[in-house]
Design a protein around this ligand. Structure first.
Ligand code: FMN
Length: 368
């Protein structure tokens, strides 16, 4: 049991916000597989919510199974952030996360995202306005700082604790690093040391249960948040929870299990977004799962043009037949086609870490 302010969570494992991905279908898939304590939406513009913008409303679409849920807000206008928080509380959202890490122009321009890391007093007063206006917990998500010479996260975290935030999420890289280089565990430790009693949740490059434990042990953080690791592997929360409780590493999911969950993900996409849009959005989801299939060219090439739900069954059928040539009679991949286990950047030599970095989808998110 993990406490985030007044909220009791089943584990100290969190799904990081991933704009364009952490929609209702992805969150439901991860919850069904199990082990996650709290899922967060993509970042949402506070003003767009207040204006009842349809796109913003789609981002916060939820249902009874999608609990507990945090919505991540961005914005630089205190009244808007406060009113959006009150609105979210009124519709049953369990907690609110404030984006303080995003350096994308449209976010920083309105005084949100990483702009907040540079204006301590203004940020503290904005956050206090939100904390005072609602009963649900408010958390903040940040990077270590702008660059190595400006490591602001410890001071920001301490200041925010002073105005009542319930938790701090910290991605162990600077804004300058983007997604390159190694996640700096000592940077996360400094944030842990800076706060008095609120939980600090470490984040960055966790792709295995062992890496989650390593980050917890090395930094003293109270929990970990996983983003891209959940793309490949929605089982990471369940397996990490089990590993932290027992020390036992569960074996990797079978190909059949991966296909079952992938198919469920598509069905939920179609249910939530309609067949056409759901299939189009699924084009960028499926290749992540396929990275752990073994040889998968045939599948990835076709699935990125997916148009209908029934076409997916065809693609899968054809792929499963093609994949047999790489398997033994029991259907297991022959040793030479088996994949190396994943290793997180902070558990490798730096040169290897750079070479084997987790891919980042193209687009402005490269600088998250
Ligand atoms: C595609 C993508 C979208 C992201 N969107 C958000 C976002 O909406 N809000 C946010 O605070 N961070 C966002 N991030 C950053 C992640 O939440 C996380 O901090 C980062 O990816 C490091 O964790 P990971 O290595 O486990 O992915 C995004 C990252 C990626 C790759």
């Amino acid at each position: 049991m993990f406490e985030l302010g007044s909220l009791k969570l089943e584990s100290n494992l969190f799904l990081s916000p991933l704009a364009g991905y952490t929609n209702l279908p992805m969150r439901l898939v991860i919850r069904e597989v199990g082990g996650v304590g709290l899922c967060t939406t993509d970042l949402v513009n506070a003003r767009s919510l207040l204006e009842r913008n349809a796109k913003a409303f789609k981002l916060i679409e939820s249902n009874a199974q999608d609990k507990p849920l945090a919505v991540q807000l961005f914005g630089g206008v205190p009244e808007e952030m406060r009113d959006a928080a009150q609105y979210l509380e009124s519709i049953g959202v369990d907690s609110i996360d404030i984006n303080m890490g995003c350096p994308v122009k449209k976010v920083v321009k309105v005084g949100g995202g990483s702009a907040m890391m540079t204006q301590l007093d203004k940020t503290a007063s904005l956050v206090k306005g939100m904390v005072d206006a609602v009963k649900i917990p408010i958390s903040a998500k940040m990077r270590l700082g702008w660059d190595d010479r400006n490591i602001t996260a410890p001071e920001l975290a301490r200041t925010l604790e002073g105005v009542g935030v319930g938790a701090i999420f910290v991605h162990g890289r600077t804004r300058e690093q983007g997604f390159s280089g190694v996640v700096k565990l000592e940077g996360i430790s400094k944030v842990v040391a800076a706060v008095e009693s609120i939980p600090v949740i470490g984040n960055g490059d966790i792709t295995t249960p062992g890496a989650a434990k390593h980050m917890l042990d090395e930094t003293g953080c109270a929990g970990v948040s996983i983003g891209r690791g959940a793309f490949y592997n929605p089982w990471i929360f369940q397996h990490t929870k089990h590993f932290l409780a027992t020390g036992e590493l569960l074996s990797e999911p079978s190909f059949e299990e991966r296909v079952r969950v992938l198919t469920r993900h598509l069905d939920l996409m179609v249910e939530v977004f309609g067949e056409n849009r759901g299939c189009v959005m699924f084009r960028k989801v499926a290749p992540w799962y396929a990275k752990r299939f073994g040889p998968a060219n045939l599948f990835s090439k076709r699935v990125v043009r997916l148009q209908t739900r029934s076409e997916f069954d065809e693609i899968l059928g054809e792929y499963c037949g093609w994949r047999e040539q790489f398997c033994d009679e029991k259907g297991e991949l022959l040793p030479r086609f088996q994949l190396e286990p994943m290793v997180s950047s902070f558990m490798q030599e730096p040169q290897v870490a750079q070479r084997e970095a987790i891919p980042v989808p193209a687009g402005p998110v490269e600088v998250w």
